[in-house]
Design a protein around this ligand. Sequence first.
Ligand SMILES: Cc1cc2nc3c(=O)[nH]c(=O)nc-3n(C[C@H](O)[C@H](O)[C@H](O)COP(=O)(O)OP(=O)(O)OC[C@H]3O[C@@H](n4cnc5c(N)ncnc54)[C@H](O)[C@@H]3O)c2cc1C
Length: 412
Amino acid sequence: MNMPSTQKPYDAIVIGAGVAGAAIIKALKNNNIDNFLVIDGAPGPGQGTSGHGFALCHPYIGRGASRLQRLTMLAFKEARQIWGDYWSGTGVLHLPRDPKTFSKSYMSERLLSQGFSLDNAKPLEPEESLGITGVPLAGTFFPEGGWIDLKQITQDHFAALEEKQKKWDCLVTKILHKDKHWHVYGVNGELIGFAKRLYLANALGARTVAASVGIDFPLKPVRGQLSTFSYASDSSWARFKPTVAISGKAYCLPPVNQAGNRAYQWPVGSTYDENEDDLSVWDKSHNENQMLIQEMFGDVCEANELQPIDAFVGVRCVAKDRLPVMGPIKGYPGLYVLTALGSRGVMWSALACQMYSEHLAEELRHSAFFDERFFAGARLAGAGLSDDLASALLPARFLAGTSNSKPIFPSG
Ligand SMILES: Cc1cc2nc3c(=O)[nH]c(=O)nc-3n(C[C@H](O)[C@H](O)[C@H](O)COP(=O)(O)OP(=O)(O)OC[C@H]3O[C@@H](n4cnc5c(N)ncnc54)[C@H](O)[C@@H]3O)c2cc1C
């Protein structure tokens, strides 16, 4: 073996200290692996898209029981469990595409046919909604929905690590598999570390790193801007008092009434600019958020009464089929990925945490790499994570010459 004499192998290396990296770290720790290294090119954790303080979380309502709908139902439950300590809010009201055609009985049937319980997904007519959500808007209310401060998750999870387990300001430029270990290199070609297991949890950066070993992930950037607006207590907006988060063409959190100056502060977002990665604040995006929220509230308020006072701008990483990319990479034993979390970082990271915990446990039990299989565990399988759903997440779906690998679920 031709190992560098001054360095010892890690059991695992994780590239990326966003919420994806935090989920992987949890999975490693669940399997009693502590000899790992997390690397990020930024000066600290949560400086990428996971700098987001108000990431909403509720299941998706599809037209039918689509893969996305079934996966988000499962992932939502995992998110409540994995990120439960970070949960804020007392529900999310999800607005219909066309409020004029909304019917409570039709929506109830649709939700039931998709496997929802009407206790956890309640269709509401406007008057009923007013009493529960503070706004007279029809929609489906998810009482367990809420939002999460992703930055807080990353800060807490990476602050808890020992100094030797993390490395910041360290951009990975390439990786190489030799002597049964994944070698990770920095900008000057220097070896940062090597390990039997390497996790690419670095959003769009996964594309560049994976390309260095001939893997092409079709990922693209989608810029988003969340505006914080302020409005006065005599504004037309002040007649609405949403007490829960609302999601529709845009989303908003309950406005906060600032002590002293009687003005309200209101996070409203988010724009969706495909193939854009500019992180500066755009006036155009503030205007778009004003227009979207005005449409949601039925044009009875003046958009220009909302004054932008702050913004969060981030770049989502999205795969061409809009599902996350997660799992072992076929043909590359010990190489795993968790990227393309899109606009559902809360849910997909939680689902990945559970799936990786199970997969790793299975690999350790057998002292083997299962790069063609994804062990999701008996509990998730029992909860409805069928073969076709788990396969839909695997990176194999994009790799030339590899058919979708079939996940195998242990029966115990
Ligand atoms: C405006 C907006 C609104 C959103 N709203 C929601 C929402 O309501 N609900 C929700 O669930 N999600 C939402 N999201 C999505 C969510 O923020 C993301 O899915 C999530 O933060 C992605 O986490 P990540 O860890 O994959 O990526 P990141 O947080 O970007 O982390 C990737 C890390 O990898 C590092 N990195 C990259 N390349 C390298 C390299 N070569 N070497 C070393 N380090 C590297 C980066 O520095 C970065 O820290 C929103 C996103 C935006 C932009």
